[in-house]
Each structure stands twice: as structure tokens, then as C-alpha cells.
Ligand binder design. Sequence first.
Ligand SMILES: Cc1ncc(COP(=O)(O)O)c(C=O)c1O
Length: 387
Amino acid sequence: MGRAEWKAARRVIKSGWLTTGPEALAFEKAFAGFLHDSDPPGKEKIKTLSLNSATAGLHLALEAVGIGSGDLVAVPSMTFTATAEIVRYLGGNPVFIDSDESTGNMNPDALEKAVITADIAGKKIKAVIPVHLAGYPCDINAIRNALGNTDAAIVEDAAHAFPSRTGEGMAGTLGDIGVFSFYATKTITSGEGGMVATRNKKYFERMELMRLHGIDRVVWNRYAADSDVKSWEYDVTAPGFKYNMPDLSAAIGNVQLKKADYLLEQRQKLAERYSSALGGISNLELPRNTRGHAWHLYIIHTTGSEVRNHLAGKLDREGIGSSVHFIPLHRMTYWKTEYNLEASDFPVADNLFQRSLSLPLWPGLRWKEQKRIIGAIRETLGEKIHG
Ligand SMILES: Cc1ncc(COP(=O)(O)O)c(C=O)c1O
């Protein structure tokens, strides 16, 4: 956060309009423009809706594609619980998919198997939610191929992946609907917040309606002085939700959006430094795939859980924060018991989890601090400290 964010928040407070209004509209427009700039020529323009979280966006997206009671939705086990819980909001059932070894993302082959298994049981996977884990974009074409001739919708969980440029456009614009997060730790933030993006008019209109109580026109219009519609007149056409983004958040988000490429560059630099400084350590795996990476997280893999836990403990004692992304959902009490999940059904995700550690990574991390982190890792893993 810098002075520009502070000034933007002050501007909103002084304006007297705190909830969804001109700032949210401006943020939506600017965000859509940013996404569109990376589209291959000729692609239809993407439309966006600002929200109060990505969880809200995932919920709206699944509702818009028609997920209802008993419907199956494929999700990776290696994700945050939000990706799966929204399936339950709608009475649907998640089908958990194992990870790809080299990226940690949903494995398209495992997805294909799940599609076939559902088919044999006379069922159908109605949607899939690929998660661009840590900010590394999933291969959406491979996901689409895995779905075969089902007409399952692809809802991208791009909570980690902004900005993530692939050859075909940005992560979050490649499936039917993309969902972004502006939670405090994400690559750009509005404190809390989210955005949905789609080129599909029908999905867009449904999400717009459901974002705010199922009211048939946006609140801003309701109060706009120059509106020729009576200010009190509106209709409710669906039992919607309360998922709009307040202007206070949107103003901050819009400033962060302007810095998005600068913030990405900082993250890229830090990731490159980690990779070159830790590259020589035997038995330590570093991110292998970097093309289009948004570097929300820098995840390393040790040889096993004991080494990982030892390293995390050592870093902690040195005042260095680290984390694990994620404890996969098949290990979480609710999902495990409700869906009879076993770690052995997710050998790749489970193994990645046991060995993984996310290192400190944020744009303001200084080289001096990063050197100390690198030194502590090298020392703990029995390597000599250089430089
Ligand atoms: C993969 C993933 N999806 C969705 C979310 C939910 O984002 P939000 O906190 O904006 O609802 C998160 C949050 O960390 C996440 O990591």
C-alpha cells in the first residue's frame, strides 16, 4: 500500500458515497480493459463484475452455469476450501481430482478418468474448476480436451493468478468464467474483494442480477440523480445474494491495478533470486514451470515431511514466516468424512503437500531480507552459506 491507495480511500470517504458506485464501475472497466489487452486479436470483449470476494465470484459463477442439487463439479483436492465449498452452497457435490506432479495443478488425465467414471455411473460432471495454483496457469486446452464431448462449464479459479499471461490470453479469461481475488495477501488487493470475468452474455447477466439481491437494476442507477426512473422503483426477480464491492475497496483496487505489472516485476525478480540462490541445493525442488507465472506464491518441495517440518520450524525460530499451500481437501475433516476421501486416492497431491513450503514473497521484500531467508534455508539443509 502506498500513498496513492491512501489518497484514493480518502477521496471516497470525502465523497460521501461508500458503497458500490462510480469507483466500482471504474474498477470493473479498467480490469476488463487490462484483461482484454492480452487477448489475441479478434477475441470478443470480456466483461467483469466487481465483488466482495472471490468466494462470492465462484458461487455466482456456478449458479450462473446452472449448478443445482446433486450436480457434480470437478475440483482439485490441492486447493483452498473455498473452491469446493461453493459447490455445497448450491447443493452440488464436488468430485476431487489429483494433481499434476510438475505443476501442482489439476491433472487433466485424472479429470478425464473422473469424467469417464461419472459417465459409467450414468452421471455427468457439469462443471470443472481448475485452480491456477500459486499463480501458475493451468493448461485450459488440456482441461477442455479431458472433458471430451460433455458440455461441462469451465470456471477458472484465478484467485492466485493475476496477472498471468499465457499465449492465448490471461488466466481467468480462457474458460467460460474466471474468478479473481483481491484478498489482502493476493498479487493486487482491495483488502477484501473479487472480480468475475466472462465473454458469455447470459452468464454475465445472471451474475449481475444475483450479485445484488436479484434486484433488476443496479443500486447506483436507483439513486442516480439524472435517472429518469423513479428512485424507489425496482423489482426482485430472483433470490439473489449480497456480493457487491464497496467503493472504498474498489478505489484501492483500482490504484493497485495500475501497479499490477510493476508488482508482478517485483515478484518475478524475487522468484528469480530464490531460484538462482537455491538452485544448487541437492534434494530441493524449485518451481520448474515459470511461463506466465503470477508468483502469488513461491513453493519449494523438500524430500519429505520431516525435512519440511524441520525447515519450517527453523525458519520460524529465526523470525521468518513460511506456510504450506495447501493441506489438500482430502485431509480436511468435513470433505474427508462427507465424501469418504483417502490420501491414497490422491497420491500426487498428498505427496506434494507433505514436502511443500511457501517462502516469504511480497513486492516489498528487500534483497537483504531475502538473503537472510536464503541463508537460513541453506544452513538448515546442510549447505554452506555463500555470499
Ligand atoms: C485458490 C483459492 N480460491 C479462492 C479463494 C477465495 O478468495 P477470497 O478470499 O477472495 O474469497 C482463495 C483464497 O485464498 C484461494 O486461495
